[in-house]
Design a protein around this ligand. Structure first.
Ligand SMILES: [Zn+2]
Ligand SMILES: [Zn+2]
Length: 442
């Protein structure tokens, strides 16, 4: 490492250390003032004000939720110089906090139970550390503060549409991991989290007396057949070496023990790891639901909501995270995650525009461990400076790495990837088409 680089690293470290207490206060402020997905206007305004004060060029969406902020060196040339982005999510969950801490949520039924308050503090801290060495930076730094990560139609897609990824060469992100000790990070090359879609099926039958089902079309009975058929269809249609999982989270119908209702509703989610499998979901759901309903003379409505693709962590970028982690925390504190998660994260939407990677940040302290989305979720706040330092240093390395590239990024390649995903998302889903007997038998 050159002398200059070592100085740079020291400067980054010093800035993070000097601001450690302030980052904790910032996290506590956000924790006490959580806002639900698509309602994060106060959070966005607070971030915008802070970033503007630091000299960032801030772009807030017209809706007032979600922003990106640029740190642009004086001699920056967008055509040749690199841009590296760091992403944080900003939304909270509809959960009533059960922690008795001074910074507990002040808003009834809303809580930062997924650590997005922590992410905001970390990414602000990283931005501040890089701001301190701005004159030595060979490119542009972009911080993306994304709304509505927890929503099915996640905010990432809207941030990309807003231009947050325009000109970005590489992107990194982090997520708290309450099952990993503070001072450790989790990394993985390639598949990191699954792609997902949610579905909503309404079975339409014919109600009547429970004593005379032969005079009715029982939507509850049909719903149980649909549920069984869906569980079985996954195992029979997807290559077992490429994971896919379907779960039904809700079945509803009827009000009385002796009455057959008119309708029943099934809601669920499907998780897949590959693009190939994800493309099969809509047709499979439709075939299965239509076939079972036809067998029982029931009608149906099917709504499939495309969530996000799987995250593919770019190996070169993971290597940079790993090197920073090794240098800062030691080899022993790097957890090589053996299997990807079947959970989902809309960070993957950014990867349609540029390579990137996410890593997990250990936030488990000595006390009891509570999982993400738990009403008792909290973190060991020492993890905040570690996260800020990890992100700042990785971003600086990435700027240098992109700066040394031999081939510039091609807009055509980006356009091609985006188009393939867009096509799938925007495909009109036609649930009206009657299924012919031949189709059902095939
Ligand atoms: Zn979450
Ligand atoms: Zn989260």
């Amino acid at each position: 490492m050159s002398k200059l680089n070592q100085d740079l690293v020291d400067d980054v470290e010093r800035t993070v250390r000097d601001n450690a207490d302030e980052l904790i206060s910032l996290r506590r402020y956000f924790h006490a003032h959580p806002e639900l997905s698509h309602q994060e206007s106060e959070t966005t305004a607070e971030l915008a004000e802070r970033l503007e004060k630091l000299g960032f060029d801030v772009h807030v969406r017209d809706e007032g939720t979600g922003l990106y902020a640029d740190l642009v060196p004086d001699d920056f040339d967008p055509n040749t110089d690199p841009t590296v982005a760091i992403r944080s999510d900003i939304d909270a969950l509809p959960i009533e906090e059960q922690n008795d801490v001074p910074y507990a949520s002040t808003r009834e039924g809303v809580m930062h139970a997924c650590g997005h308050d922590v992410h905001m503090a970390i990414v602000t801290g990283a931005g501040r550390a890089i701001d301190a060495i701005e004159d030595q930076l060979n490119g542009r730094l972009r911080l993306i503060f994304q709304h509505a990560e927890e929503a099915v139609t996640g905010g990432a897609r809207e941030m990309v549409a807003f231009g947050a990824m325009d000109g970005v060469d590489a992107i990194i992100g982090v997520h708290c991991d309450p099952e990993l000790e503070t001072g450790r990070i989790g990394i993985r090359e390639g598949a990191f989290t699954a792609g997902f879609e949610n579905f909503d099926i309404t079975i339409i039958g014919q109600g009547g007396h429970g004593a005379r089902p032969h005079q009715c079309i029982d939507p509850i009975y049909v719903a149980t057949q649909v549920a069984n058929a869906l569980y079985q269809a996954i195992g029979r249609n997807f290559d077992a070496r490429d994971p896919a999982v379907l779960s039904i989270g809700s079945i509803e119908g009827g009000d009385a023990p002796n009455a057959i209702p008119e309708t029943a509703e099934i809601q669920g989610t499907v998780r897949t790891m590959s693009e190939e499998h994800q493309q099969k979901i809509q047709p499979l759901l439709k075939r299965t639901v239509a076939g079972v309903c036809m067998a029982h003379d029931a009608k149906y409505e099917l709504d499939v909501q495309y969530g996000a693709p799987a995250i593919y962590n770019d190996p070169t970028i993971v290597e940079q995270i790993e090197q920073v982690g090794r240098d800062m925390l030691g080899e022993v504190n790097i957890e090589h995650i053996s299997l990807p998660s079947m959970g989902s994260e809309d960070f993957s939407m950014y990867l349609e525009s540029a390579p990137g990677a996410m890593f997990r940040l250990g936030t488990a302290g000595v006390g009891p461990r509570h999982r993400l989305h738990s009403p008792e979720f909290d973190i060991d706040e020492r993890a905040i400076s570690i996260g800020a330092y990890m992100l700042a240093r990785t971003a600086v390395r990435l700027v240098d790495l992109v700066d040394q590239r031999t081939e510039p990024r091609t807009e055509q390649a980006v356009e091609k990837t985006q188009a393939s995903h867009r096509e799938r998302r925007e495909q009109p889903f036609d649930d009206e088409t009657p299924v012919s007997v031949e189709e059902a038998e095939s």
